[in-house]
Design a protein around this ligand. Structure first.
Ligand SMILES: [Zn+2]
Length: 258
């Protein structure tokens, strides 16, 4: 399963992660994106540009964000396309398991053409991080919500996640939401735990959007963007959930009924 590195806060750790060799990049402009690339063929870059513009329209619709404003030409997002995985890792000093990184503060994505399922997975996943954070701002939310929203844009993962989580429940490997919230995706985590983290993130967001309703989800996110805490937004928006544990229990009931 492909994963990404998501940067949502100003961390000194990441300040040195990205090299500043912008002079060697070629530039391709579109309405909402600036694409920097090196040796990638121009028709590939054009294809990235067109596909990114399509996702820019599609992703807010998928999330039920009917009043999404987006960003202006002056504040376009930037996509860096490295030639290959080795170059991506050297320049981004990235964790080896990632296929892309999204820095929502800088509104930029870094990836490479051979990243797993570039057009169907990596691109919509990383773009969703930027679009979602453009909508909710710098709110303090669990990582699983950011990642679940991004996974929801990868159609194959969207449909497949529930089965992985049900299997984890059966095997006693399921991680309750309260524990999932405390998780950090560090190198120390096993591949199995990382996979369960992403599957649960995709499954709970699927449950919130599809089963609990798109307009509810939009209102919930709007509350987050207004600075209301995650738990309070949950209570105010979904009256039946007093806390994250209630949400967890209803989601598990739903999975067991499938
Ligand atoms: Zn991600």
């Amino acid at each position: 399963m492909k994963k990404c590195v998501l940067i949502v806060a100003l961390l000194f750790l990441f300040a040195s992660y990205v090299s500043a060799d912008t002079d060697r990049w070629s530039k391709y402009d579109s309405r909402h994106f600036i694409i920097y690339y090196k040796n990638a063929p121009l028709n590939f870059v054009k294809n990235v540009s067109e596909t990114a513009e399509e996702y820019y329209d599609e992703i807010p619709r998928n999330l039920g964000f009917i009043r999404y404003q987006g960003w202006t030409y002056e504040n376009r997002a930037v996509i860096y396309i490295y030639d290959d995985q080795d170059e991506y890792r050297i320049h981004a000093k990235n964790m080896e398991w990632s296929g892309g990184m999204a820095n929502v503060l800088q509104k930029e994505i870094r990836t490479f053409p051979a990243a797993a399922g570039f057009f169907d997975s990596t691109l919509p996943h990383e773009l969703a991080h930027l679009i979602f954070r453009e909508f909710i701002g710098n709110s303090h939310i669990p990582l699983w919500l950011d990642e679940g929203v991004a996974m929801y844009q990868e159609k194959a993962k969207r449909w497949g996640a529930n089965k992985v989580v049900k299997d984890a429940i059966k095997r006693g490997k399921f991680i309750p939401l309260s524990e999932l919230t405390a998780h950090r995706l560090s190198r120390e985590k096993t591949e199995e735990i990382i996979n369960i983290f992403y599957a649960e993130a995709a499954s709970i967001v699927y449950y919130m959007i599809v089963e609990l309703g798109e307009s509810r989800f939009e209102n919930f996110c709007r509350k987050l963007s207004a600075g209301i805490s995650f738990e309070e937004a949950l209570q105010k928006n979904y009256g039946r959930f007093r806390n994250m544990e209630d949400l967890n229990n209803r989601w598990v009931d739903y999975l067991k009924s499938q």
